[in-house]
Ligand binder design. Structure first.
Ligand code: MSP
Length: 513
């Protein structure tokens, strides 16, 4: 049976419209999912929406709607965006769905029966927008350390989860799973945080009602983070279909932004341990996008709308930019100029031109028809071997979730193929009738190389890969039937059929938009 690969995005709050940050994580997860499906893994890719909690309740009130009306409206914006961005998620979970509510109630009861939940009184500083309690020491100048806004003292009866009891077990897990948190710097920060001590966690609220009722005490609703994290298991069948659950769990990787690492790498594994379930294998925290050097915020009116980026630049250029521009895990800056520059240099010049000039030559010299190469030199061997090396580099980059490294490696092949054209100078060979075989060998090698490039870029730019393959008279990659290990073998470019010219794959972008 195929090895499984379970990848998730955070579930997004429905009190906000989707922005570039949401698109970033979801595109990254999609690229992983597509790569591993093509590599014959049994992939499950989950995304969804986080619909409970005070923030959503307040946003609905402000919009003159009920919370579920707000959620039903905003969820469509997310779902449509994922269609636009060519996202191949296998499921979409909403925390207001029956399956999730049932799972969350069951999980709460399980942890309670195990003796890890007790009723107590909670009092501390509370930040309403972040739905977080803070201790005096954690406050930054008396304000919320996360968002900088006002906090107020709040006291309420609350159920507590005995997180303090799991400090040692979590530290052990961190020790035995050194790649549990990535990038490495985040892992180190997290270990120090846990060593600093874990306190019990308040996991219910009585000050508002938009949430999942605590089983047996509906005066309380389950704290939104306790509820939300459970999406990762409710979506795969917990607790009704434990066969399916056990098939995919533990998740291979939760992709998240750096701001929500503590929830995923401290709270979440301890909840799971208490319920007798395994923690996820990895939590990868990516960086944040600033916009032309500034933090993205509604008040600055600089929120980047992914719908606009798709309209202006196209889906694949956006997907490419997001994963190429910034090493995954680090912060990055968005500007229209940076986007245009990437598209023009990497996509239009390097990759687009390679395809375009190759087709132009083949049409001119051989009416678009390739034949078996027969006049091989060391150059062709070198290119064949480089191609295989790059598949390996790409595989390693995927293991490390280092998208920029995978793309840099692929572009080395693109660059090598462009250089090969310059080195072999087909326009010179074409002048000499005795060099027809050599010219055909160059063409066949070039097109075979481009075939491999189409396979390598596929997870990042599925539509462009399809177009490239259409031009090469190859079937599109079908994740259910295509196999990367078979497609990797050298020498599968179709021969004898006429390849024709097509409009450029990546039109250049004007830099002054
Ligand atoms: N609902 C919670 C997640 C629950 S997961 C069990 C949540 N939602 S969110 O909609 O506020 O944020 C979702 C993600 O967007 C987070 O991973 C956050 O890091 C990310 N980003 C928000 N702004 C961002 C940028 N400017 N840049 C990159 N990612 C950003 O948190």
């Amino acid at each position: 049976m195929a090895e499984t690969f379970y990848v998730t995005t955070p579930i997004y709050y429905v009190n906000d419209l989707p922005h570039i940050g949401h698109a970033y994580t979801t595109v990254a997860a999609d690229v992983l999912a597509r790569y591993y499906r093509y590599a014959s893994r049994d992939v499950f890719f989950l995304t969804g929406t986080d619909e409970h909690g005070q923030k959503v309740e307040k946003a609905a009130e402000a919009a003159g709607e009920t919370p579920i009306q707000l959620a039903d409206r905003v969820v469509e914006r997310f779902k449509n965006l994922w269609v636009r961005l060519n996202i191949s998620n296998d499921d979409f979970i909403r925390t207001t769905q029956e399956r999730h509510i049932k799972a969350a109630s069951h999980f709460f009861e399980t942890v309670q029966k195990g003796g890890d939940i007790y009723l107590g009184m909670y009092e501390d500083w509370y930040c309403t927008p972040c739905e977080s309690f803070w201790t005096e020491q954690q406050l930054a100048d008396g304000k919320c350390p996360d968002c900088g806004r006002e906090v107020h003292k709040l006291q309420e009866e609350s159920y507590f989860f005995k997180m303090s009891a799991y400090q040692e077990r979590l530290l052990d897990y961190l020790k035995t799973s050194p790649t549990f948190v990535r990038p490495e710097t985040r892992y180190n920060e997290l270990v120090s945080f846990v060593k600093g001590g874990l306190k019990d966690l308040s996991i219910s609220r009585t000050t508002f009602s938009w949430g999942i009722p605590v089983p047996g005490n509906p005066k309380h609703v389950i704290y939104v983070w306790f509820d939300a994290l459970l999406n990762y298991i409710s979506a795969i069948g917990y607790p009704d279909d434990m066969d399916r659950f056990n098939h995919y769990w533990p998740a291979d990787v939760h992709l998240i932004g750096k701001d929500i690492l503590r929830f995923h790498a401290v709270y979440w594994p301890t909840f799971l341990m208490s319920a007798g379930l395994e923690p996820p294998k990895q939590v990868f925290a990516h960086g944040w996008w600033t916009i032309e050097g500034k933090k993205m915020s509604k008040s600055l009116r600089n929120v980047v709308d992914p719908y606009r980026l798709v309209d202006v630049y196209g889906v694949d250029p956006l997907r490419y930019f997001l994963l190429r521009e910034v090493p995954f895990g680090q912060d990055g800056d968005y500007s229209d100029q940076a986007m245009a520059h990437r598209i023009n240099s990497d996509l239009a010049n390097d990759l687009g031109n390679l395809l375009n000039r190759s087709v132009g030559m083949l049409v001119k010299y051989f009416d678009g028809k390739l034949e078996e190469p027969s006049d091989l030199t060391d150059l062709e061997t070198e290119i064949r071997e480089l191609t295989q090396d790059i598949y390996e580099e790409v595989a390693t980059a995927f293991k490390d979730i280092a998208f920029h490294q995978a793309l840099t490696a692929i572009w080395r092949l693109v660059g090598r193929l462009n250089k090969y054209v310059d080195e072999t100078a087909p326009w010179q060979l074409a002048k000499d009738p005795e060099k027809r075989n050599r010219l055909m060998t160059v063409m066949a090698t070039l097109f075979e190389g481009i075939r491999h490039v189409s396979q390598m870029v596929y997870p990042f730019m599925p539509e462009s890969a399809r177009k490239m393959r259409e031009q090469l008279l190859l079937p599109p990659i079908d994740e259910n039937t295509s196999r990367l290990d078979a497609d990797r073998a050298w020498g599968q470019i179709p021969l004898g059929q006429a390849i024709t010219r097509k409009p450029p794959l990546f039109p250049r972008v004007e830099t002054d938009i």
